[in-house]
Design a protein around this ligand. Structure first.
Ligand SMILES: NC(=O)c1ccc[n+]([C@@H]2O[C@H](COP(=O)([O-])OP(=O)(O)OC[C@H]3O[C@@H](n4cnc5c(N)ncnc54)[C@H](O)[C@@H]3O)[C@@H](O)[C@H]2O)c1
Length: 440
């Protein structure tokens, strides 16, 4: 059955709390693509294809020609930041993109001036910007709601999505105020500081019925109160933590090793990076949030409890070190101690010289476009099919996340097929040979 998907007519406002390296690389990239001076490599929505029907049918359209997605020309960006820099200045400081490319989209980027942030320094101690709102948690939420409504009106947007690209907040766990919408709203009124700034934005978006995606590892929408609000207002949510760099490699490689029943004794991962994200993660409380998000991946893929001989003893260690000379060009090393037939040991070494925000920008774009599609397709609550893009996918409590990137891709593609009334593809393939037998 084809779902009743509203068309992607009119403008889509993509509002971003946190106009730092990822967000400015996304915005500058989209503007450059619109001008035809660069290509959106890494973005499935722009470049990816999807197989439809049987292999003999040879139907392999681009995803953007198959599902009704917003056009890049219809996106209007905006956002908030703790610092006053416009997007051109922020992108120049982030030093991800070359000056020449940035200059070619300077006019578009300079117009984007951040709104005052809903911020609490206790959640990111290494930031000292002054472009911040004052007030209780309830007042901050009301102001963000007003910001969103004003933006929508000023730019003539038909739809809005919010995409958290803000710094990683300090580690926190859900407490009693996060367990129900009622308790959460009471806590807003009581100015309870356990409501993190990212939750303030998420609450504001969901209250208005606008989708929210969390690109950082902090809980944000991954609490019962905001899941409840998303269901109540028929709005999709996604999170958490963009899957890029080392974790992307891990979720590509680990399923392959597990598929061939090769054992793993240890996986040591270390990173050096020198951008503002690295500066924030230099604080142990913020690093803890990232560490928790990154650690779960292997366990979920390898299932040591079901495979104790292969993975029961695995030692998994992750380090992130702030190293300014590298800027956004994160370097990661992985040493993987594996073993094969009769227990004979082998090693794999990976040295990934990546560019963090170059990997993250297309992920952020796809998430914004797909969550908008989900809203128009009347989907609400947790969108597990978007876990393809996320390091620590949000699932229902008690439901184990799927971290294997290949299964995640199948889930995403089958969701698109399902929405468009196409047959789901299991890759069984027996029918091709059955037909042959019948003919013979
Ligand atoms: N770059 C990647 O590959 C990658 C991958 C996964 C996740 N992430 C996450 O994405 C987020 C953004 O990464 P980045 O490299 O752009 O970091 P960044 O430090 O360059 O940008 C984050 C911006 O958020 C702003 N900010 C912090 N708190 C805010 C608030 N309450 N309201 C508004 N603005 C706020 C900061 O001032 C900063 O400008 C981080 O949480 C990071 O961990 C990045």
């Amino acid at each position: 059955m084809k779902s009743n998907i509203q068309p992607a007519d009119g403008k889509l406002g993509v509002l971003i709390p946190g106009l730092g390296a990822v967000a400015t690389t996304l915005i500058a990239g989209v503007e450059a693509v619109k001008k035809g001076i660069a290509q959106p490599f890494g973005s499935l929505t722009q470049m990816g294809h999807i197989r439809l029907g049987k292999r003999t049918e040879n139907r392999y359209p681009k995803i953007k020609d198959f599902v009704p997605l917003a056009e890049l020309n219809d996106i209007v960006f905006g956002g908030w930041d703790v610092y006053e820099d416009n997007v051109y200045e922020a992108a120049s400081k982030a030093k991800v993109l070359e000056a020449g490319l940035l200059y070619s989209v300077k006019d578009e980027l300079e117009k984007l001036v951040p709104m005052k942030a809903a911020f609490d320094k206790n959640y990111a101690k290494n930031l000292d910007g002054t472009n911040v709102k004052r007030g209780t948690r309830r007042e901050l939420a009301d102001e963000v709601i007003e910001d969103i409504q004003n933006f929508k009106e000023q730019h003539g947007c038909d739809r809005i999505v919010l995409l958290w690209c803000g710094s990683t907040e300090i580690y926190y766990e859900a407490s009693e105020i996060h367990q129900s919408l009622n308790a959460f709203e009471q806590a807003l009124d009581n100015d309870d500081k356990r409501i993190s700034p990212s939750m303030v934005y998420a609450y504001a978006a969901l209250k208005l019925g606008y989708p929210f995606v969390n690109g950082a590892p902090n809980l944000t929408v991954d609490i019962p109160a905001l899941v409840e609000l998303s269901k109540l207002n028929n709005t999709p949510i996604g999170g958490k933590d963009f899957k890029t760099g080392q974790t992307l490699m891990k979720t590509i490689l680990a399923p392959g090793l597990a598929a061939r029943a090769l054992g793993i004794r240890g996986w040591f991962s270390t990173n050096i990076l020198g951008n503002r994200d690295g500066l924030v993660l230099d604080d142990p409380d913020n690093f803890k949030t990232k560490e928790v998000s990154k650690l779960g991946v292997l366990e979920d893929i390898l299932r040591p409890e079901d495979n104790p001989e292969l993975y029961g003893e695995i030692y998994h260690k992750i380090r992130i070190n702030y190293y300014p000379p590298h800027g956004d060009n994160k370097e990661s090393w992985d040493n993987i101690d594996i073993f094969g037939w009769l227990g004979y040991p082998m090693q794999i070494k990976i040295n990934f010289l990546c560019r963090d925000s170059i990997l993250a920008a297309p992920v952020a774009l796809d998430l914004a476009l797909f969550i908008d599609l989900a809203k128009r397709a009347d989907m609400s609550g947790i969108q597990e099919w978007l876990s393809f893009y996320l390091k620590s996918p949000q699932t229902l409590p008690g439901l184990r996340p799927e971290n294997d990137i290949f299964k995640q891709l199948m889930k995403l593609q089958n969701t698109l097929r399902h929405l468009m009334g196409e047959d789901l593809i299991t890759h069984l393939g027996l029918d091709y040979y059955q037909d042959l037998v019948e003919v013979m």
